[in-house]
Design a binder for this molecule. Structure first.
Ligand code: LLP
Length: 427
């Protein structure tokens, strides 16, 4: 979707618009998102899973009103994990019934808003929350559909901070030791809630299908136990998100149809052998949908060669618009975007403008040796967990998100202004 064509100096273009024009019109740093690519990925996931399954986009990766409308139009559901995400989803017209509400410590106000709005399901993460949701629903005269989030005990091969299904972490109720089974027992006796399924999310940026398969097997195993103990067959399982994307050419991501087939096959086989009806499967991809659809455009400010080491290239953003390198040691690539160059490659580290030496955008990369201040750099695959984790560190103004489609670019999240900064400071 990003091409080097149609422009005189060989600038990259996205959705038919050269980055030089985008930078002029919208400034830098900025995120540019290819709307058609986003929609195509939504359709890929929908068609891979088919009518018998549901795809919930994980809004934490990146959410805005425009994104909600695209999801709605492309037939996806939405997973939210805070009152703010829920507000955005409802405000942009996502039918509440197509929203799932997550989180390990939803507040009373969030639970009330979710139940009152009629969200399709609340994914319950603790014993206390089970009771809170039940009481809130009773008080509102509702019956809330819930799933119980379980921890299946899989060690996903990803960064420690984004792995979620091993035992020693905060999410879910463990299958091992019977916590999950106990939660099911209680859920089945509480008024105000209807237990419809079991949820498992094993982590994020995962390439190996084995973890998903083990998770699916264990979740079906729990369904069989529930049937044996209570005579109830729960109709749904959600196997979470987590499918990895390519940040650099070393990454080799699986396609939606591969994961759909693998999960479908395992669930069907396990259900057959347990004598269970096959439940409705859902998944919650975030990164795999939005991650590859956007890139960040920066302008080079200073260039500092360190003899015998590398050249530090400072851009006009940094850890405030992409915390992932500092936080997870994430790897990104970078390209000279405003022109082509035949100059020899030089080893660079692309850093931001923040007062912190860990403020690194791209740890190791090669850029042409004739790189100069004013050149534009593009860092691809920043659609997920970059704008959504952006901060005002050093009173940075968070960059805009600009959607590009058919030669047209429009701001979907505007750049923060100095007035925005000062407005919050009421002292
Ligand atoms: N479902 C649940 C319950 C989740 O907790 C998450 C991600 C997802 C779905 C979506 O996962 P995805 O398909 O996007 O991998 N900030 C980290 C990622 C944290 C993910 C948290 N939960 C990062 O920048 O890598």
């Amino acid at each position: 979707t990003v091409r080097r064509e149609g422009t005189e100096e060989g600038a990259l273009s996205v959705g038919g618009v050269p980055v030089t024009r985008l930078a002029e019109e919208f400034g830098t740093p900025a995120y540019f998102l290819d709307e058609e690519d986003f929609r195509a990925r939504c359709r890929d996931w929908r068609s891979a899973f088919g009518e018998g399954a549901d795809v919930f986009y994980a809004g934490k990766a990146f959410l805005s009103r425009a994104v909600v409308r695209w999801l709605h139009e492309e037939g996806l559901n939405l997973d939210v994990c805070s009152g703010g995400e829920l507000l955005t989803a409802l405000d942009a017209g996502m039918p509440a019934a197509r929203i799932a509400f997550h989180g390990n410590n939803k507040t009373a106000a969030e639970i009330e808003r979710a139940v009152a709005a009629g969200v399709g399901r609340i994914v319950v993460d603790s014993f206390q929350e089970l009771v809170r949701v039940a009481h809130t629903a009773q008080a509102l005269g509702r019956v809330q559909r819930v799933q119980i989030r379980v921890t299946v005990g899989v060690e996903a091969h990803t960064h420690e901070f984004i792995a979620t299904a091993h035992e020693d972490q905060k999410f879910g109720l463990a299958l091992a030791g019977g916590q999950a089974a106990e939660a099911v027992r209680r859920a089945l006796t509480l008024d105000g809630i209807e237990l419809v399924g079991i949820h498992s999310h094993i982590g994020s940026q995962i390439f190996d299908m084995a973890g998903f398969e083990v998770s699916a097997r264990r979740v079906v195993g729990l369904l069989a136990e529930i049937r044996d103990e209570h005579g109830v067959e729960l109709p749904e399982i959600d196997l979470g998100g987590g499918l990895g994307i390519a940040y650099t050419s070393d990454d080799d991501p699986r396609e939606p149809h591969e994961i759909a087939k693998a999960l479908g096959d395992i669930v069907t086989r396990e259900c057959e052998s347990a004598g269970l009806a096959v439940p409705r499967i859902s998944v919650e991809p975030g990164r795999a949908i939005v991650g590859p659809t956007a890139f960040t455009l920066y302008e080079v400010g200073t260039i500092k060669p360190l003899e015998g080491l590398r050249t530090y290239v400072s851009v006009d953003g940094g850890m405030s618009d992409n915390i992932r390198t500092a936080l997870y040691d994430a790897e990104y690539s970078v390209a000279l975007a405003s022109r082509t160059s035949d100059a020899a490659p030089m080893l660079v580290r692309v850093v931001g403008k923040h007062c912190e030496s860990g403020d690194i955008v791209v740890r190791d990369a090669f850029l042409p040796a004739d790189l100069a201040p004013g050149d534009l750099l593009a860092v691809p695959a920043t659609g997920a967990y970059c704008r959504s984790m952006a901060s005002n560190y050093n009173h940075a103004l968070r960059p805009p998100v600009v959607a590009v489609r058919d030669g047209q670019a429009r701001v979907v999240v505007r750049r923060e202004t100095e007035e925005d900064l000062l407005r919050l400071d009421v002292g």
